[in-house]
Design a protein around this ligand. Structure first.
Ligand SMILES: Cc1ncc(COP(=O)(O)O)c(C=O)c1O
Length: 402
C-alpha cells in the first residue's frame, strides 16, 4: 500500500507550500491529532476558517443532510440552500444582494470587477482607479494579488492589471493624496490579517468612507478574515460606525467548507447583468447548506459575546507569559484574531515560535516575520485556551532559554 507521509508531499505536490512535517488526520472541537496520535490544541483554526472548531455537530449534520439530497446543479438553475443562505446574509447585514463564489480571492475578484463596471456604466471608462493599502492582502488571483499591498506576492508574473495604487494603512493623508474623481473603488480590510494583525482606527475608517462618498468611489470592505464573528461582531464594519458599499466574506463563512460571497446593495448589484460574471461552483448546495448552519450558529448573542470574553482570556494569558519572558512588544488585534508582536530582541523569529509551539502540541500561525497570530475556533472552550497557553508558554521558555 502507498505510504502517506511528508516525503510524498515533496514527491507529488507543486512546491508552493512548505507544510509542517506532521500530517493531521482527525479533529474534534479545538483538538487535532496527527498520524502518530499526537494531540494538538488548535489556535490556528485553518487560518480563521474553522470558526466552530473541527467537525462541529451542526455542520456535520447540515453536510450529511444535504449530501443525501443534492450536490450540484450549476448556475443554470438555482437551489434552496443558496437562496436560504443569501436571505440569511441579507437579513443579517447592510446588504440587499449576494453573489456566491468559492474563496476569498474570488469574492474579491467579483467585487473589483463590479466596481469597475459600475463606474464605467455611470461615469465612463476613465473612472478606473482602484486604491488599496500597503501590506493589505486580498487573495492570489492576479487582480486581487495586485490590489493587495505586498509586491513580493504580485511581482514576477508579467504585466499586472493597471490603475491600482496603494496608500498607507491608518494614514488618511496618504489616501487623500491618491484618491480623486478617477477612483472607482477603495478596497480595505477593517483589520489587516496577513499584513500583521493590524486593526484600522475607527476614525480612519470613517474618513475613508467620507472620501469615497465625496469622490463617488465604492468602498469595498474585505472581511474575508474578519467576517462571521471573528472580531466579536458578526462583521467588523458593525463595530466601526461605517457601512461599506460592497463587502466580501469567505473563510469562516463555510466553517471549513469552501465558499465565498460578495454582498452589496441593489443599486450597485444591478450593474452585474446576466453574463457579466459567473462561476461553475458558486452557490453550490453543499457549501451553502454548511455555511447556513455556520452562520446561524455563530450569529447568536452568546457566541459573539463569548468571542470578546475569550479575547480577554487570551490577552491576560499572553500578558502573563510576557511578564515572565519579555518577548512581545505588544498584543494587538480584535476578538479572536490576535497578534503577539515580537520585540526587538526576537524580531524576525515568529516562525521559530510557531515551530516551537507545534513541538509542545499547539498549532499557531504567523502574520509576517514579527507576529505570532492566533485565530482559534470562536467557541473554543476556556479550558482549551488555558491549556493551549500553557503549551505556548513552554514553547516561549524554550526559545528564550535557547
Ligand atoms: C483579508 C483576506 N482577503 C482575501 C483572502 C484570500 O482568501 P482565499 O485564500 O480564500 O482566496 C485572504 C486569505 O488569507 C484574506 O485574509
Amino acid at each position: 500500500m502507498q505510504q502517506v507521509n511528508r516525503a510524498l508531499f515533496d514527491e507529488v505536490m507543486v512546491p508552493n507550500y512548505a507544510p509542517a512535517q506532521m500530517i493531521p488526520v482527525k479533529g474534534a472541537g479545538s483538538r487535532v491529532w496527527d498520524q502518530q496520535g499526537k494531540e494538538y490544541i488548535d489556535f490556528a483554526g485553518g487560518i480563521a476558517v474553522n470558526c466552530l472548531g473541527h467537525c462541529h455537530p451542526a455542520l456535520v449534520a447540515a453536510l450529511k443532510e444535504q449530501g443525501e439530497k443534492l450536490w450540484h446543479l450549476s448556475n443554470v438553475l438555482t437551489n434552496e440552500p443558496a437562496l436560504l443562505l443569501a436571505k440569511a446574509l441579507v437579513d443579517a447585514t447592510f446588504a440587499e444582494k449576494v453573489y456566491f463564489a468559492n474563496s476569498g480571492a474570488e469574492a474579491n475578484e467579483a467585487a473589483l470587477k463590479l466596481a469597475r463596471r459600475v463606474a464605467k456604466d455611470q461615469f465612463g471608462e476613465h473612472k478606473d482607479q482602484i486604491v488599496a493599502f500597503k501590506q493589505g492582502f486580498h487573495g492570489r488571483t492576479f487582480f486581487t494579488v495586485t490590489v493587495g499591498g505586498q509586491p513580493a506576492y504580485s511581482d514576477g508574473f508579467g504585466p499586472k492589471p493597471e490603475a491600482i495604487e496603494h496608500a498607507e494603512f491608518n494614514n488618511i493623508d496618504s489616501l487623500k493624496a491618491l484618491i480623486s474623481d478617477r477612483t472607482c473603488a477603495v478596497m480595505v480590510e477593517p483589520l489587516q490579517g496577513e499584513g500583521g494583525v493590524l486593526p484600522a482606527d475607527a476614525e480612519f475608517m470613517q474618513q475613508v468612507r467620507a472620501l469615497c462618498t465625496k469622490h463617488k468611489a465604492l468602498l469595498i470592505f474585505d472581511e474575508v478574515q474578519t467576517g462571521v464573528g471573528r472580531t466579536g461582531e458578526l462583521y467588523a464594519y458593525m463595530g466601526l460606525g461605517v457601512t461599506p458599499d460592497i463587502l466580501t466574506t469567505a473563510k469562516a463563512l463555510g466553517g471549513g467548507f469552501p465558499i465565498g460571497a460578495m454582498l452589496t446593495t441593489t443599486a450597485i448589484a444591478k450593474h452585474l447583468v446576466v453574463g457579466t460574471h459567473g462561476s461553475t461552483y458558486g452557490g453550490n448546495p453543499l457549501a451553502c447548506a454548511v455555511a447556513l448552519a455556520a452562520l446561524n450558529t455563530v450569529n447568536q448573542p452568546d457566541v459573539l459575546a463569548g468571542v470578546k470574553a475569550k479575547e480577554q482570556l487570551f490577552r491576560d494569558g499572553l500578558r502573563q507569559i510576557n511578564e515572565k519572558y519579555q518577548v512581545f512588544a505588544t498584543i494587538r488585534g480584535q476578538g479572536l484574531l490576535l497578534g503577539a508582536v515580537l520585540n526587538a530582541d526576537y524580531a524576525g523569529k515568529a516562525r521559530d515560535f510557531m515551530v516551537a509551539a507545534a513541538e509542545e502540541g499547539l498549532m499557531a500561525l504567523v502574520a509576517g516575520a514579527n507576529v505570532v497570530r492566533f485565530t482559534p475556533s470562536l467557541v473554543i472552550p476556556d479550558a482549551d485556551i488555558r491549556e493551549g497557553l500553557a503549551r505556548f508558554e513552554r514553547a516561549v521558555a524554550k526559545i528564550v532559554q535557547g
